[in-house]
Design a protein. Structure first.
Length: 86
């Protein structure tokens, strides 16, 4: 039979960054954060930093939209070239 402490070291997701991690010691269900800094930041700000997340999304959104538009335009242009060759 395996050690009881090893049974509790199952992979989990960090409540702060959503990264997968395996606890370093058996804590039962208490292990919710991948590192002490994420645990401290989570409780310091009373939860997830939604303001920071929204600012990051607002900064990254134009680039994401540009990439999508480039992909769609490339499909349309390639489709026209194929039709012109036929």
């Amino acid at each position: 039979m395996p050690e009881p402490s090893r049974l509790r070291l199952i992979p989990r997701t960090c409540k702060y960054c959503r990264a997968a991690f395996t606890p370093t010691r058996a804590q039962g269900r208490a292990a919710k954060f991948c590192c002490p800094n994420h645990r401290k930041a989570y409780w310091r700000y009373g939860g997830l930093p939604f303001d920071k997340m929204m600012d990051r999304i607002r900064r990254e959104l134009p680039e994401i939209v540009r990439d999508i538009v480039r992909e769609e335009l490339a499909k349309v242009i390639d489709g026209r070239r194929v039709k012109a060759l036929e």
